[in-house]
Design a protein around this ligand. Structure first.
Ligand SMILES: [Cu+2]
Length: 118
């Protein structure tokens, strides 16, 4: 950071140095805030309405045709979801209408944390 400030400073007035240092401080604060956000798992839970297409216990997965998820700008579609716990799949059968809550985490598949049939 010192090096960068010096390089930038050469082409600026003395007052410019202070301005140049500001964005670096802000970026650091922002990355701290973001790591705190990733540590709270309940921050991004979304409700889901859908129909069971298939169940794969070995993969801890259920494939659903689900309605649009407006919070995430998802259109209606058919896709697999991970389940947080295998008990979510207990007694589930293709064709059943379900309501579920799922979480998203960057770099991971959406995960259903709770589900009930309707
Ligand atoms: Cu989807």
């Amino acid at each position: 950071m010192k090096k960068l400030s010096l390089v930038v400073g050469r082409s600026l007035l003395v007052a410019g140095l202070f301005v140049a240092a500001l964005p670096a401080v802000q970026a650091e604060t922002m990355s701290h805030d973001m790591s705190q956000m990733n540590m709270s798992p309940s921050a991004n839970q979304y409700p889901l309405n859908g129909t069971v297409v298939s169940i794969d216990e070995a993969k801890h997965q259920v494939t659903l045709t689900h309605d649009a998820v407006t919070e995430l700008n998802w259109p209606a579609m058919t896709m697999p979801f991970q389940v947080a716990d295998l008990s979510v799949l207990n007694g589930l059968k293709p064709g059943q209408h379900i309501m579920a809550m799922f979480t998203t985490k960057e770099g991971e598949s959406p995960t259903i944390v709770s589900l009930h049939t309707m």
